[in-house]
Design a protein around this ligand. Structure first.
Ligand code: NAD
Length: 493
């Protein structure tokens, strides 16, 4: 049933199909819960095969005319979308903070990084050019042309529900494809609001669509013969599954997975600065970030001093409700996820790591039903420990002592993940070695979080990424287009 509203009267999310809001027909689903209060905010019914068929059919019909629209016409709705996103940034950030738990400032920052991608995609008239050469052979001019491919799907995780859809949507439609988003079922409400703005921005019907659901909906989309390609962001086991099944179904696929990010603290580093940046990288968004610092490899000569500074910084961190003034760190996404993090902390204790700061048993006054944990710092972590190897995805950071830079690089590179790494140093020679030797896709020197701007690609290595072309920027243009060669000869009559 079509509507102008993104939510039904009883608070269920609708799909956005062919330029209108339609009810999901599936009977299974789950609630969206405010992680700071435990209050139910909405319900997500899971889309069925019939719902997916409807979305993909509308997207493919729209593609037939959208692909031949002039490039200038294709970016006009994106300009309007950018303006609307900025006008509604506070509203979007409030919704995001409420359903995810992160602070209002973090939510606003996340949206800003998403908007950046809309801005970059507006440069498609130059970014989509593919090169040409006069007289490539006698009397022959040769050129390459980039062409769109059809309907692409993005499947996104809970931790950046406002930004990650925007790693894909703007580039997909600017290159002349149709786009379908399947947001996380845990916090889909900011996507509903993004699509209210998509509706207002005036994209032609069917060019941009939203389908809600869970794992079955994802698998239906992957298998669907009307889908040309899949972008996935989420945990490593699901990323691997999506990569393998989409490739087996003959589709383009890029799949970003989980992380275990290492930081090296050199004996030359500004320790107070390094401690502050490391702590905020570990605990921003309650540690639910693929770029969060997890393991800190500290030179043995400065280990004790750095450990004290890090614990001090953690003590200064205020845990609270995301929308309340003064909160540095909000709630974790679900009670189950809190249990998952608590299990890791218990494992760390049993493995013999030293609990330098214990963030368990925290209560936030007025929010007794919230999913809160405080910053937790382990010392004496060694490479064989589970807490040094597996992604925890909570506000937990472990310190390991290293004898020198060689040992630090070796430990970092032993990780099965390769999403991000940081180095704090005052030595150019260490920075240069780090740049060339550290096996991670996002590297930062004297910065806690290696987050690239939208005009650069975003993606990890090893088990943090399956595919070749990454999210954001120029890689997205390559992912969303095929290149054809055009050769012409015009002999005199
Ligand atoms: P998740 O893998 O549980 O879910 C991601 C998406 O996959 C959701 O839309 C969900 O509906 C779908 N999904 C879940 N299980 C599925 C299954 N069995 N089959 C098919 N689809 C399924 O991830 P999450 O918990 O929402 O997000 C956190 C994870 O995402 C962390 O591991 C984090 O490191 C990772 N992440 C990575 C990046 C990156 O750039 N590498 C960015 C953000 C988050």
């Amino acid at each position: 049933m079509a509507s102008t509203e993104s939510l039904t009267d009883d608070g269920s999310v609708r799909n956005y199909v062919d330029g209108e809001w339609r009810e999901v027909t599936g009977s299974e689903g789950q609630d969206v819960v405010d992680p700071g209060t435990g209050e139910t905010l909405a319900h997500v019914p899971f889309s069925t095969e019939a719902d997916v068929d409807e979305v993909v059919a509308a997207a493919n019909t729209a593609f037939e005319s959208w692909r031949s629209e002039a490039v200038e016409a294709r970016i006009q709705p994106l300009f309007r979308f950018k303006t609307l996103l900025e006008e509604h940034q506070d509203d979007l950030a409030r919704t995001l903070s409420r359903e995810h738990g992160k602070t209002f400032a973090e939510a606003k920052g996340e949206l800003r990084r998403g908007i950046e991608n809309v801005e970059v995609a507006c440069g498609i008239p130059t970014m989509m050019q593919a090169g040409n050469l006069a007289n490539a052979a006698p009397d022959i001019d040769e050129s390459a042309v980039r062409r769109p491919l059809g309907t692409f799907v993005a499947i996104t995780p809970f931790n950046f529900p406002g930004m990650i859809p925007l790693w894909f949507l703007p580039y997909c439609v600017a290159t002349g494809n149709s786009f379908v988003l399947k947001p996380s079922e845990r916090d889909p409400l900011v996507a509903q609001q993004l699509f209210e703005l998509v509706d207002e921005a005036g994209f032609p019907d069917g060019v941009v669509s939203l389908v809600n659901g869970g794992a079955d909906t994802v698998n239906t989309l992957i298998e669907h013969e009307g889908v040309a390609g899949i972008s996935f962001v989420g945990s490593t086991p699901v990323a691997r599954h999506v990569y393998e099944s989409a490739a087996a179904a003959g589709k383009r696929v890029q799949a970003q997975g989980g992380a275990k990010n290492h930081v090296i603290v050199s004996d030359s580093a500004d320790l107070a600065f390094a401690a502050e940046k490391t702590l905020s990288s570990s605990c921003a968004c309650a540690g639910e970030r693929c770029l969060a610092n997890d393991v800190v490899l500290v030179h043995e000569d400065v280990y004790d001093e750095f450990a004290d500074l890090l614990v001090e910084a953690a003590d200064d961190y205020t845990v609270g409700y995301g929308l309340d003034e003064g909160t540095d760190m909000g709630a974790l996404i679900t009670p189950d996820h809190v249990d998952h993090v608590l299990n890791f902390i218990q494992t760390g204790v049993e493995e013999g790591a030293t609990l330098l700061r214990d963030g368990r048993d925290i209560t936030v006054e007025g929010y007794e039903d919230g999913n809160f944990l405080g910053p937790t710092v382990f010392g004496d972590v060694t490479g064989d420990m589970v807490i040094a190897r597996e992604e925890i995805f909570g506000p937990v950071v472990g310190l390991a002592k290293v004898a020198d830079f060689d040992e630090a690089i070796e430990t970092l590179n032993a990780s099965k993940f390769g999403n991000a790494a940081s180095l704090f140093t005052e030595r150019g020679s260490e920075a240069r070695r780090f740049k060339h030797e550290a096996e991670a896709g996002n590297l930062a020197v004297n910065a806690g979080t290696a987050a690239p701007m939208a005009f650069f690609h975003f993606g990890g290595q090893k088990e943090s990424f399956f595919g070749d072309l990454h999210a954001q920027g120029e890689d997205m243009i390559h992912f969303y287009t095929d290149k054809a060669i055009y050769i012409e000869r015009w002999p005199d009559a």
